[in-house]
Design a protein around this ligand. Structure first.
Ligand code: SAH
Ligand code: SF4
Ligand code: F3S
Length: 487
């Protein structure tokens, strides 16, 4: 799902949506008395939030556990982006219910986007739930747990205009010790008509740049070698020293302090160390600037990869989606990327098949846009109507599911052909790879990514994760490049 999701789901072979990724907490034993089991679904920002939640609860005397049966508190950090994501959560709640019948003292909390969307309704619909906490309510969790301990149902779905959890050091979970994610902003002010995120995550706000830089420095000192700056729309990052709100002027007249935009924060992070790779996600085609592209070009350690979701190739559908750009605008942005960063820069997209009133012609325009851009990979979805969104209110969800599936299948096949074509270009070339760990298939091989975000697998020998190596690519599949260390 989107650029904010881990690479595991990159390309799905069936005409089904990519599955929602699940992350489960690790085992810790620092002698604390209470055990927290937490699992997360949805985008990378949600995983990042889980690390903040864990940090908050550790201060309250919790250790994390991966053994659900052993937990005093179960938290599930949820996603509402498509109906299927919510169905997955409801199934998990049924399982938690079985555990709770055996252990009545167990506290079950629903966090994140589904908590925010359904609020107290979730307590009525899912009797097992004790705590409902939206994405801006995590500082209140200790208090909500206390209420639950007293036998009360506890809800906080207040959305903030300021909260960025800037001062909280996330506890890195499921980490390979090499790559880390840092949220630089929260919320979204765009109103893409299909999307539930503005309702579940609230207004857009940017995080204090000094806290971002400190966190990046800290993880570099801990041995991490790559950081991904996260936001629903990173190009509209705009820190105003007067309170982090958006202003158009670049200098604050009273204080003389400069506003910081995305190109500037990107540069500040890149300057921390040339050995620290910098990535970012997601870029919105309406907001990405030449400044950002020039900054990427200027710093070797800013990875040459842009996740630039198009959603559709038809200008008529893009208008209905309220994406605020059309096909021509999108293609111009792609040309600028190619002019400034060249052909090697990786570009990926999100695509929605079967949006309201989409015709075969509109669908063909999506396929032809893909051909034109030659995406390295895409995240591809069937349109799923979300209650309360502008599209749900204004348009009929009128494309039959079989047609949606057929179109999605065509989009997937197109992407697979393009991925293979793009990967074939890399054959017999040497790539600088940051090693992230063992390959998925064998402990005799290691894997990492090149600057353009392509996964590269090669024999292990004496190399270790966290090292940079040069790999000569000798073969490829649609999803992976395979090679050997170049001397
Ligand atoms: N902020 C990012 C996307 C976040 S959501 C952006 O603007 O690009 C990730 C992706 O989920 C979206 O890009 C979109 O392709 C998909 N998505 C969002 N709402 C959807 C819906 N109702 N049905 C199907 N896919 C959806
Ligand atoms: Fe949703 Fe659009 Fe915001 Fe992305 S930019 S989170 S698709 S409203
Ligand atoms: Fe992310 Fe899903 Fe919420 S994609 S912002 S967790 S609705």
């Amino acid at each position: 799902m989107g650029g904010l999701i881990s690479d595991i789901d990159i390309i799905d072979n069936s005409a089904e949506e990519v599955s929602e990724t699940k992350h489960i907490s690790i085992d810790e034993n620092t002698g604390k008395t209470k055990k927290l089991y937490i699992e997360s679904y949805g985008c990378q920002m949600n995983f990042s939030d889980t690390e903040i939640v864990t940090s908050i609860l550790k201060k309250e005397g919790f250790d994390t556990t991966s053994d659900i049966e052993n937990a005093d508190v179960i938290f599930i950090n949820t996603c509402s982006i498509r109906e299927k994501a919510e169905q997955t959560i409801r199934k998990r709640l049924q399982l938690f219910n079985v555990i709770k019948t055996k252990k009545p003292d167990l506290t079950v909390g629903v966090l994140g986007c589904m908590a925010e969307r359904l609020k107290t309704k979730l307590l009525e619909e899912e009797k097992i739930v004790d705590i409902v906490a939206g994405p801006d309510a995590y500082r209140d969790l200790p208090n909500l747990i206390n209420q639950a301990d007293e036998g009360l149902k506890a809800v906080n779905t207040f959305l903030s205009r300021e909260e960025t959890y800037a001062d909280i050091s996330p506890v890195r979970l499921n980490s390979n010790g090499v790559t880390a994610f840092i949220s630089i902003m929260r919320g979204c002010d765009n109103m893409c008509s299909f999307c539930v995120v503005p309702y579940t995550r609230g207004r857009e706000r940017s995080r204090d740049p000094s806290s971002i830089i400190n966190e990046a420095k800290q993880i570099f000192d801990q041995g991490y070698r790559e950081v991904t700056l996260l936001g629903q729309n990173v190009d509209s990052y705009n820190w105003n020293p007067q309170g982090g709100k958006h202003e158009t002027a670049s200098i604050d007249k009273r204080t003389g302090n400069a506003h910081i935009n995305f190109a500037q924060i990107l540069e500040m992070v890149a300057k921390i160390d040339t050995e620290l790779r910098v990535r970012f996600s997601t870029s919105h085609p309406k907001d990405i600037t030449d400044d950002v592209l020039y900054t990427m070009n200027k710093y070797e350690n800013i990875c040459k990869y842009i996740h630039l979701p198009a959603q559709s190739g038809s200008s008529r559908i893009l208008r209905l989606m309220n994406r605020t750009y059309d096909r021509e605008w999108y293609l111009k942005k792609v040309s600028r990327i190619r002019e400034i960063l060249g052909d090697d820069c990786g570009i990926s997209s999100d695509m929605i098949a079967g949006f309201c009133s989409e015709t075969d012609e509109d669908h063909k325009e999506t396929l032809s846009l893909m051909d034109y851009v030659k995406y390295d990979f895409s995240y591809m979805f069937i349109y799923s109507e979300r209650p309360g969104t502008p599209a749900a209110k204004k348009f009929a969800d009128d494309i039959p599911v079989q047609v949606k599936k057929k179109r999605l299948q065509e989009i997937i096949e197109k992407q697979q052909a393009l991925s293979l074509q793009r990967n074939n270009r890399e054959m017999n070339k040497v790539h600088r790879v940051l090693i992230e760990g063992y390959s998925k298939r064998s402990n005799d091989n290691l894997q990492g990514r090149n600057s353009a975000n392509k996964v590269i697998v090669f024999p292990k020998k004496n190399y270790k994760k966290g090292m940079y190596v040069n790999v000569l690519v000798e073969s490829c599949t649609t999803a992976t490049l395979i090679g050997k260390i170049a001397t």
